[in-house]
Design a protein around this ligand. Structure first.
Ligand code: DGJ
Length: 376
């Protein structure tokens, strides 16, 4: 009798656990993060989009021993930002060796936004063609009628060929004109740094279009969308306006923090002020986060101190910024900072840092916590 009851209770517990699926109650930055099937979430350098009650997480599928794209962009869905159900590959690499997204290319930092006019979803990402390392510095954009995809490639390439930035003063333009591209400068030398800041690479790439590596997209309250990307040999960020359908650039863009050598841009807006968190450029290794603010997305941007606080704060807790999730209406975590702990030798084991942003003296603060529960 006793054994029968125990067996029944045990079976009921197993069935309940299997049916509930929602087994996690906390986010544990830096730890393995199992999806609802128990597999470590594979969506790196990602971004989050909320549609109705669902949160969607898009990110790079990382393989076991290469950082190249062998699968594409995966997506996961959640109602509580803690328990994520795998929804499949939203944007797939191609088996066609001639395709720009052929298996073995680089697809990084994908971000999805929904266009209210067309109802379509646009996925922007950093694309490097197979066999070229990080030389091409291309953007890519793909589109889908459904949030979970499949997304199909619309276009790729350098950004805004033939267009000069909208925020160059006459003096700045004259200084660029004075740069002699035929006079070589040693990479990394003080002169190289100074010419990068002035715009040597901007000038070099005017006809071909501007380089685009680490990137994100941001939709402002007025519905205008912007592509924010590392350009000019990673020395200067650009903020470029997107067309009404979010699928191309308009030709209008600004330079931001010239010569600051930023990567990994992530943006949010609070009470009319735009905040951007970035990293320095040290490959897959972590470095100190940077922070900027501006009264308008097109600038002018002011630099602030590193917002991270806690163990390894000077190395962004061993991670690198990727996205900031807005959670409107939440007092405890109105904005959540997302970062990646990269493991280039074993990329599939890369980890996630998600931490709520708090405020001190009017500035954002990212305080380390071993575990926490988002409030929605
Ligand atoms: C740092 C970037 O943020 C990553 O997305 C990736 O491009 C690596 N560099 C490659 O070294």
């Amino acid at each position: 009798m006793y054994t029968k009851t125990m067996t029944r209770l045990f079976l009921a517990a197993v069935i309940l656990a299997a049916c509930s699926g929602n087994s996690l109650t906390q986010i544990q930055p830096g730890e393995i993060w199992p999806d609802t099937e128990g597999r470590h979430i594979n969506a790196h350098g990602g971004g989050i989009l909320k549609q109705g009650k669902d949160w969607w997480w898009f990110g790079e599928h990382k393989a076991d021993s290469t950082t190249k794209a062998l699968v594409g962009v995966t997506c996961y869905r959640s109602r509580d930002l803690v328990n994520w159900k795998y929804e499949g590959v939203a944007f797939s690499v191609s088996d066609d060796p001639d395709s720009p997204i052929t298996k073995g290319c680089v697809i990084e930092r994908p971000k999805v936004i929904r266009n209210p006019k067309t109802g379509k979803y646009a996925m922007w990402f950093h694309l490097e063609h197979k066999g070229y390392g990080y030389k091409m510095a291309h953007y890519g954009v793909a589109v889908s009628d459904n949030i979970r995809g499949p997304y199909s490639l619309v276009s790729w390439g350098r950004v805004n060929p033939g267009h000069w930035p909208a925020n160059l003063s006459d003096e700045e333009r004259a200084a660029i004109d004075a740069i002699d591209l035929d006079a070589p400068v040693a990479s990394g030398s003080p002169e190289w740094e100074e010419q990068s800041r002035i715009g040597r690479f901007l000038k070099r790439d005017i006809e071909e279009g501007q380089m685009a590596r680490d990137q994100t997209v941001y939709v402002d309250d007025d519905g205008k969308a912007y592509h924010i990307y590392c350009s000019e040999e990673n020395m200067t960020l650009h903020i470029a306006e997107l067309s009404d359908d979010y699928l191309s650039h308009t030709g209008r863009y600004v330079r931001m923090a010239p010569g600051d050598h930023n990567e990994a841009p992530a943006l949010f807006k609070k009470d009319g002020t735009y905040w951007m968190i970035t990293s320095g450029c040290t490959g897959w290794n972590p470095n100190k986060a940077r922070m900027y603010s501006a009264p308008s997305i097109l600038g002018p941007w002011t630099r602030h101190e590193n917002p991270c606080v806690g163990p390894n704060a000077d190395l962004t807790f061993l991670g690198q910024s990727t996205f900031i999730i807005p959670v409107p209406g939440s007092k405890a975590n109105e904005f959540i900072f997302m970062a990646d702990i990269w493991k280039p030798k074993h990329p599939i084991d890369s980890r996630y840092i998600w931490l709520p942003i708090s405020w001190k003296d009017g500035l954002p603060v990212i305080q380390w916590q071993d575990s926490w529960t988002p409030e929605l």
